[in-house]
Design a protein around this ligand. Sequence first.
Ligand SMILES: Nc1ncnc2c1ncn2[C@@H]1O[C@H](COP(=O)(O)OP(=O)(O)OP(=O)(O)O)[C@@H](O)[C@H]1O
Ligand SMILES: [Mg+2]
Length: 225
Amino acid sequence: MQAWVGGERLHLGAEAEVISGSWYGRPAILKKRRQRGWRHPDLDKSLTSKRMTNEIKLTIWLAEKGAPVPAIWDVDLDEASIIMEKIDGRPLIEVLRSGSYDNNLLNKVGRAIRFFHRNAVNHGDLSTNNILITNEGEAILIDLGLATREYELEGLGIDLHVLHEILRASHPDIENAMDEVLEGYLGLDNELGEAPEAPGGQPPSAKDVLKRLEQIMKRVRYHGR
Ligand SMILES: Nc1ncnc2c1ncn2[C@@H]1O[C@H](COP(=O)(O)OP(=O)(O)OP(=O)(O)O)[C@@H](O)[C@H]1O
Ligand SMILES: [Mg+2]
């Protein structure tokens, strides 16, 4: 890719390789989707490009709305790679483990998630690895390969439920972690008012999503799903 100067590898996972570098001199990362050997090459290619176009389309759309996502700077569909702004910070999982963070950290995480939902986007993979915390304490959401357009309460509720389960399992010591996330989630609507009209209609209010989340939590407790 033009103007890209590669550096060290930051991440090698099952789906993607992430390399740190610079793009026209600015700190950047290259995210390259990996071939999955066990899938048929054609299927693999179509799944890969589907996820990647998804990630690109929704990230760009959200960035235009002012959402906390990295800027996408260049894309190579044949190579299945994206160059984007490098977020200077650490994943939420590390910040929580370190034990030293601002007391509004989780509130900001909730606001970031609500920003997505207000714009009718479901993140789809809200793990504490996919939430980056900048050195200034801002929450940025990355890894939108599984993100979808969503207008239903259930989908948005489940997005929050995934994070709740992860926080409960990996950070049980942090009391009321999810309460703080949800406070931020509600707070953004209190501040900005009703969600704006999105391409497919009016996204649900934060209040209604939280009601649904409570129902989902009860359901999971009694029936396991
Ligand atoms: N824009 C970015 N700025 C800084 N670090 C990033 C950025 N994007 C990704 N990373 C780092 O690379 C890691 C992996 O990226 P990402 O979550 O997008 O890939 P992934 O789809 O989860 O890959 P896999 O499923 O193979 O683990 C992130 O957890 C983060 O540490
Ligand atoms: Mg990830």
